[in-house]
Ligand binder design. Sequence first.
Ligand code: G3I
Length: 358
Amino acid sequence: MKRIFFYIAVFTGILFTSCRPEIYEFPVMPSVADSTLKTSPFPIGGALGMYDLKNNENYRILVANEFKSITAENAMKMGSISKGRGQYFWDDADYFVDFGVKNNLRVHGHTLIWYKQSATATPSWVLNFTGTKDDWKQLMKEYITAVMTRYKGKVKSWDVVNEAFKDDGTYRSTSEDIWAKNIGSPEYIYWAFQCAREADPDALLFYNDYGHEYSVAKRTAIANMVADMKAKNIPIDGIGMQMHTDIDRSVFVDIKNAIDAMVKTGLLIHISELEVYVNKANVAGAVFTDELAKKQATHYRMISKYMKDVPVAQRYGITTWGVYDNAKASPPEWPLLFDTQMKRKPAYYGVIEGYNMN
Ligand code: G3I
């Protein structure tokens, strides 16, 4: 009799979940409760902010105990490091890299060249620079060489170029992208990778961008660029899929297809800036309910499983864009694996369940 009830319950469960395909109900596996992300078959990490890293001991402990890989949220961007031609501010980047090395964490460099005209992304002296195409190429080379030489042997991999494509799969326009304007696309991208390989031949070189999961045109353009680079012997080792996503995006279709498409390039795959938003509508008084936490955990679980499904030789891992939810976010948002108190969320357990799934 008990067995009949069991089958009815399972059948009802299947019916229920098949009506709501984006939610899988998994039991929390007993082993998971005592586990840490260090048990992952591929590196899992986070982007670190300098304020917490320098001032918050609990943060440092959490990062060192849970993560295998770290990225600097801002400290290694050109705008943070480059203060004028041949003038560098190394303090924060050094602090960040030393923290990683001392704690045996893989250090991923983000990002050498980025079109974005914000203070952290590209310094004003570069935005105001005038010169020939060769002068611009020389400027780029000097910067890449200085940074990569300093961190040789300590920074394992770099986002060499960030966000060079628009969502429609065309290169950013010359009015938007200072590198495209002065060197040209894709020439500036290829040049950056060549300079990077020369500066540190052992570093792994990534092209990093967002939107693979919602723009087929963009991910196709990225795959075509990779094929062109290979044909021309321009070095590239990996693709960074940023993945700032949300619970309304289909993880089973859009995100899976995006990962599958990028795997076909044969390069390393890094889900490099993962966030799963639950308040995409920016509702001012939104509340993080159990239902939202469960949906978010499903996304994290499946993304973790999909990374595990990537051929071992191509798995570079998952990095979340931040470590814990920001209590002061306005509108409120809870995109990460740890809550505002730095406690593990259902999303955290989702990741562990994901890489343990067959
Ligand atoms: O450091 C200054 C501080 O001195 C000043 O008081 C304050 C006033 O606004 O600004 C501070 O700098 C800000 C910095 O974040 C640190 O908080 C910059 O204005 C702001 O532009 C910068 O934003 C960063 C943004 O990239 C641009 O570099 C975000 O923190 C960072 O999360 C974001 O990260 C990007 C990735 O690099 C690439 N992919 C998208 C991703 C998310 O947008």
